[in-house]
Ligand binder design. Structure first.
Ligand code: G3H
Ligand code: 13P
Ligand code: ZN
Length: 340
């Protein structure tokens, strides 16, 4: 089956009340991990690549790896998504490279750091929606800014400044009406990377109530949670047991994500948890077998460790069991739908 527009997966998820994990990739093993987990659980797949991932792996490698994933797993609908596009040009270059979905992150200026004005966000997002929908490609927008800057993407907001940039539900309603995005990423207190919270998050720092209010106002818009790694302690412990030095930290508990799914969250972005699983597995091989130098002997366990995390999330988010039930819709059919 060819890569499918992400909208198709999110529509099915909304209809049946589940969420779909969107997992970041940079290389072959990560794509294989996701496909291993998806085939084992019969899950639809969203694979996403950041700008950094695209330049690290090169679009041509990425495109062919994704086409291989689709060829080898014809029963699994797969969407390929640009994560955090910083400009219309980035998004449209992804479309040219075969991505079936793009995020225009107009919450930040083109530098990917400075919070942008609402007017700029509407204008650039609307422009991407018009161009992408003309090709049947799905668009995710973002309103409000995530906290933190650990991975180099983000405004680095903390404290009161971060609170001031949480998504305003009233503005979300206006933004969706003005841009016609398929999916909306919201800022509710999460941040990218491993260091999200210094203790188990309460409702004061992780504002699930904002999601509920946005969903009440926009029941037909697919909501997206970024920074949704749970940062499980056992993965941090493995890294530290085998020579790492990660500090104590908390992520977004899976039960909170499930609460989000009950309130309209359909796409859940996870990168860090997979990075942690890969790193722990590689460290373990290196520490236990200092003489090992065959990359397959450490990338293989890393691939297995990531597949375990992805499988857990696919089951927890509810997407497991749905891959073969999703009606296939092509980009061409989406063009007709959008223009109708
Ligand atoms: O945007 C956040 C993702 O974790 C991607 O991170 O920009 O380091 O590839 P990256
Ligand atoms: P994590 O760093 O929590 O995995 O978030 C990833 C993300 O939001 C990618 O866009
Ligand atoms: Zn993100």
């Amino acid at each position: 089956m060819p890569l499918v527009p992400m909208r198709v997966l999110l529509d099915h998820a909304a209809e049946h009340g589940y969420g779909v994990g969107a997992f970041n990739v940079n290389n072959m093993e990560q794509i294989q991990s996701i496909m291993m987990a998806a085939t084992e659980t019969n899950s639809p797949v969203i694979v996403q690549a950041s700008r950094g991932a695209r330049s690290y792996s090169n679009d041509a490698y990425l495109r062919h790896l994704m086409l291989a994933a689709a060829e080898l797993n014809p029963q699994i609908p797969i969407a390929m998504h640009q994560d955090h596009g910083n400009s219309a040009a980035t998004c449209m270059s992804a479309v040219d490279q075969g991505f079936t979905s793009v995020m225009m992150d107009g919450s930040l200026e083109e530098d990917g750091k400075s919070p942008a004005s609402y007017e700029y966000n509407v204008e650039v997002t609307r422009r991407v929606v018009d161009a992408a929908h003309a090709k049947g490609v799905t668009v995710e927008g973002e309103l409000g800014c995530l906290g933190g800057i650990e991975d180099g993407h983000g405004a680095g907001l903390t404290g009161d400044e971060a609170l001031a940039h949480l998504t305003d539900p009233q503005q979300a309603e206006e933004f969706v009406a003005a841009t016609d995005v398929d999916a909306l990423a919201v800022a509710i207190g999460t941040s990218h990377g491993a260091y999200k919270f210094t203790s188990e998050p309460t409702g004061e720092v992780l504002r699930m109530d904002i999601i509920a209010e946005i969903h009440r106002r926009l029941p037909n818009t697919h909501l997206v949670m970024h920074g949704s790694s749970s940062v499980p302690k056992h993965l941090i412990d493995i890294i530290n047991k085998f020579g790492g030095s990660m500090k104590p930290t908390w992520g977004v508990p899976v039960r909170e994500i499930q609460e989000g799914i009950r309130n309209g969250v359909r796409k859940i972005n996870v990168d860090t948890d997979n990075r942690l699983a890969i790193t722990g597995a590689i460290r373990k091989v290196f520490q236990e077998k200092g003489s090992e130098f065959d990359p397959r002997k450490y990338l293989g366990p890393a691939r297995e460790a990531m597949a375990e995390v992805v499988k857990d999330r696919m089951i927890a988010f509810g997407q497991a069991g749905h891959a073969d039930k999703i009606p296939v819709v092509t980009l061409d059919e989406m063009i007709t739908r959008y223009s109708g």
